[in-house]
Design a protein around this ligand. Structure first.
Ligand code: SAH
Length: 451
């Protein structure tokens, strides 16, 4: 019997949804974080369940042909990346299989082929947004970094290789300022202290940078001096505070205080310029976003006079991308600030055939359809990880669009929703993956359905 603390040798034959290596011994499956498919490893058993267990990677006895040196020294500790030890081609293969498996197992699409996954040429420094927690270490020093996997312990680190180089400068300047003025970092345990997080965003095509400090309060000592220092960073465009006084894991509060510069930055994807506020959702990987939206546009197959709905539209990114080829586009989004941005983005780009509504897709869509009779030729959805609400899917089916383009950041909920739509008369025509998040297990998928 294998028991806790045993050292075992495993041949890793598969990888789980969270990127763990999976090996079998005595009919038991073991999940080993940081082991990759093809490795032979020595691992220490940490936890035993009835038919499976968890083990910790101790030594790689024989490295897999697809194993590579992680690109970041913090890869094992950090909760952010799960696939750094896997070479990039193998990461794409992992994601293609993940999409295929979910569509077969959860969606019931038995003969689903493995989809193409569009990869990046340079799978590093792709994130235009970073959120660093600020805390205090045991010696009382202010630290910025990332949370260790499945915890809220901050591992000091000002340099994440997924993010832009300016992140580090911003963090160093802020920490130095906090030290000079003895400004305390927020303490999750006690709810005391001031600085909670820093949000940094950069428009890749414009070079514009936004720094938003999330405070447990409304003021920061010596703000002018800090602003002068941050302004030295080329591209600095917007410095803001966000007030969050709640004892919560939610990073941002609702109140924004402009401190210096604009209250937003702009960026460009394809030919469209977007205005982005701190509270609005904006895709984090602009290079891949363009490929994703191009695919959505191709799947939508617009001839010029269609009525298109873009549900979960954020700041109207997809809506505006489609508007030039459509008759009319309606966007729906739950965050009011994002809809403000969407409207402004339409104006900014001279787009007059796009209209935006604030509200839940599952409420706005039925209402507009039933009460106002607005129809749909094509519906695009891009919901958060939990997928579409059933009420939303049901209304989509009743509106009988010719095509549905489903953009998804979680293949499991995508599979569930496609199953529903296919029971109601739709058919999956095309599926393509897009690697928006290299080094992590996450993948974006676009699916085309037609009636
Ligand atoms: N299509 C956009 C945003 C996609 S992210 C883009 O590509 O940039 C998903 C968006 O759905 C977020 O902006 C989120 O605020 C919004 N959202 C979440 N639940 C919603 C709901 N029930 N109804 C409408 N929008 C919702």
């Amino acid at each position: 019997m294998i028991k806790k603390n045993d050292r075992i040798t495993l041949k890793i034959e598969d990888m789980g949804v969270n990127g763990e290596g999976i090996g079998k011994l005595d009919g038991m499956a073991f999940f080993v974080k940081d082991a990759v498919i093809g490795d032979t490893v020595e691992a220490k058993v940490m936890k035993m369940k009835k038919s499976y267990g968890y083990a910790r990677l101790m030594t790689v006895l024989k490295p897999s042909a697809v194993r590579c040196e992680p690109g970041c020294a913090h890869a094992r500790q950090c909760g952010g990346c799960q696939l750094q030890a896997l070479d990039y081609e193998a990461q794409l293969e992992f994601k293609a299989k993940k999409i295929q498996n979910d569509l077969i197992r959860i969606g019931g699409f038995a003969d689903m082929p493995k989809p193409e996954v569009m990869g990046m040429e340079e799978p590093w420094r792709y994130r235009n947004k970073a959120q660093f927690p600020i805390g205090t270490d045991r010696t009382g020093q202010v630290v910025a970094g990332f949370y260790a996997a499945r915890s809220h312990t901050i591992i000091p680190c000002t340099e994440c290789r997924l993010g832009v180089e300016e992140n580090r400068t911003v963090l160093e300047k802020l920490m130095a300022h906090m030290k000079t003025y003895r400004i305390p970092a927020y303490d999750e345990e006690t709810g005391k202290g001031l600085v909670r997080h820093v949000l940094i965003r950069k428009g890749f095509s414009t070079g514009e940078i936004m720094v938003c400090m999330i405070l447990n309060g409304r003021r920061l000592q010596g703000t002018e001096e800090l602003v002068d220092s941050l302004r030295e960073i080329p591209g600095m465009t917007s410095i803001m505070f966000n007030v969050n006084r709640e004892r919560t894991n939610v990073i941002m509060g609702t109140e924004l205080i402009p401190v210096w510069g604009k209250d937003h930055i702009t960026d460009q994807i394809g030919e469209i310029t977007y205005k982005i506020s701190p509270l609005s959702f904006y895709q984090v990987n602009p290079v891949q976003t363009e490929k994703l939206y191009e695919t959505a546009l191709e799947y939508a197959d617009l001839q010029g006079n269609e009525t298109v709905w873009d549900l979960y539209c954020g700041i109207g990114t997809i809506s505006l991308f489609l508007a030039k080829k459509a008759g009319k586009v309606y966007g729906v989004e739950i965050v009011p600030e994002a809809i403000e941005d969407a409207k402004e983005n339409a104006r900014l780009n001279g787009i007059r055939n796009a209209e935006f509504f604030v509200g839940k897709a599952e409420e706005v869509l039925p209402q507009k359809y039933e009460e106002e009779g607005i129809r749909a030729d094509v519906i695009v959805v891009d919901p958060p990880r939990k997928g579409c609400d059933e009420k939303c899917l049901e209304t989509m089916v009743r509106m009988r669009p010719d095509r549905i383009v489903y953009v998804s950041c979680d293949p499991a909920t995508l599979a569930r929703d496609l199953k529903y739509l296919c029971r109601q008369g739709y058919e999956v025509k095309k599926v393509k993956g897009c690697d928006m998040f290299p080094e992590t297990v996450h993948v974006e998928t676009v699916a085309l359905l037609s009636r």
